[in-house]
Every structure is written in C-alpha cells, then in structure tokens.
Write a protein that binds this ligand. Structure first.
Ligand SMILES: [Zn+2]
Length: 219
C-alpha cells in the first residue's frame, strides 16, 4: 500500500498541476497521459463493453508496453460522452480509474500490496461498495481511484480547517445528500460520502505523509 503511494505520488502531484481543483478529473484527457508517463506502459487503450458479468479488467503486456482496459460503460450513454450526474457513468469512471491503478501493478513487485492496510480499506469501503455491487472488493485500487477523482486538496478546501467546512459540505453531511459532490467529481454518491469520512481522510493523510505528499492546503 505504501508502495502504491510512492508509485502514484508523481501522478497525484502532476494531476493537481494540470487540472484545476474545482474541475472534474477527465479519465482520458488527464489520467491516461499521466499513467503512460509514469508506468512502463506507453500505450493504454480503453475498451467500453456492454452490460455483462465483467465490470472492469485490464490486460497488460510488459514486452510491448501496451495495456488494455475493458470497462462496463453506461448503456444510456454508451456512444456519447459520460454524464457527470448519471450513476452508471459515475461507476464507469471509478472502474476505469481503478483499472488504471492496476496498470501500476504490472510495473513489477515494487507495488505489491500489503495485506493489513488493504483489509482496513476493505472495511472502510464496504458500505460504499455495497451500494455498487458491480465494483468488486478491490479496495486498494479503489482507494487510489477515489484519491484521483475526488482530490485530497479539493476535499481539504471543502473541510476548511479551523474555520470550518464550506456550506456545501456542511449541508451534504447534515442531510446525507452527496449529490452535489457526486456530480462534481462524477463519482457515485456512496463513494463521495466515503471520501469525506473521517476514517478515509485519516487514512489518506497517513499514506500521503508517508511519501511526502502535502497534507495541508497548498493551493
Ligand atoms: Zn450514463
């Protein structure tokens, strides 16, 4: 897990530099160029697939440096742009981001997952994933997918430090309505809720501290 943090660190830093914090992260325009830059895979192709037993998977060929990601895409918007407020489109984004994290696995043993933190994240994400039964219990990759799509620095701004949360976040917490953040990040509502939970924030801080990523607001 800490190894993942080290490998994904330059991607998170450059993502914040390349894409304004208030804008949603685009998988193809923002994430894929960073993963081709910072992994041994110089070509990463996305293949949308229709409804079926597979939610997401990746095939990578270290020799050719080509990774292929298959992901189940929303039927209503299959041939169109993803819609930020559509639950199936939101799920498709988390799926692709998760599979991108797995592309880092293929870099070699240095990204091997340590069992204990993975179990912790598993417990943490259980509720959010239960709402989206199509996302397999694949917690470490989902954790980093969330960190890429609902960025830490943006969450810090919303949490607001000593002055308190933004009214939008206070409202989301009070009413347990995460629609604004789900649409803003284009991720499922349950995932948005988890991203702002104390446990998730603390875990994210722990991993960021471990690899020297900022854990105070630097924007
Ligand atoms: Zn859709």
């Amino acid at each position: 897990m800490f190894n993942y943090a080290a490998v994904i660190k330059p991607i998170l830093i450059e993502l914040d530099e390349a894409r304004a914090l208030h804008q949603p992260v685009r998988v193809e325009a923002d994430l894929i160029p960073l993963f081709t830059k910072h992994s041994s895979f110089k070509t990463i192709d996305l293949y949308p697939i229709p409804q079926g037993p597979i939610c997401g998977m990746h095939l990578s060929n270290a020799k050719s440096g080509v990774a292929q990601i298959f992901y189940r895409r929303c039927e209503s918007h299959f041939a169109k742009d993803l819609v930020a407020s559509c639950p199936e489109c939101q799920l498709a984004r988390v799926t692709v981001a998760k599979e991108l994290v797995h592309v880092l696995d293929s870099n070699g043993a240095r990204t091997s997952i340590e069992a204990a933190p993975d179990l912790l994240i598993d417990l943490l994400l259980k509720g959010a994933l239960a709402e989206n039964s199509h996302v397999q219990a694949d917690s470490t990759a989902v954790f980093w997918a969330i960190e890429m799509l609902a960025r830490f620095q943006h969450r810090l701004v919303q949490l607001g430090g000593p002055l308190g949360s933004t009214s939008a976040l206070t409202n989301a917490k009070t009413t347990d309505n995460w629609g604004l953040y789900a649409t803003g990040y284009a991720i499922p509502t349950g995932v948005a809720r988890i991203a702002y939970s104390d446990n998730f924030m603390n875990l994210a801080k722990t991993f960021r501290d471990a690899v020297g990523l900022p854990t105070i607001c630097v924007i």
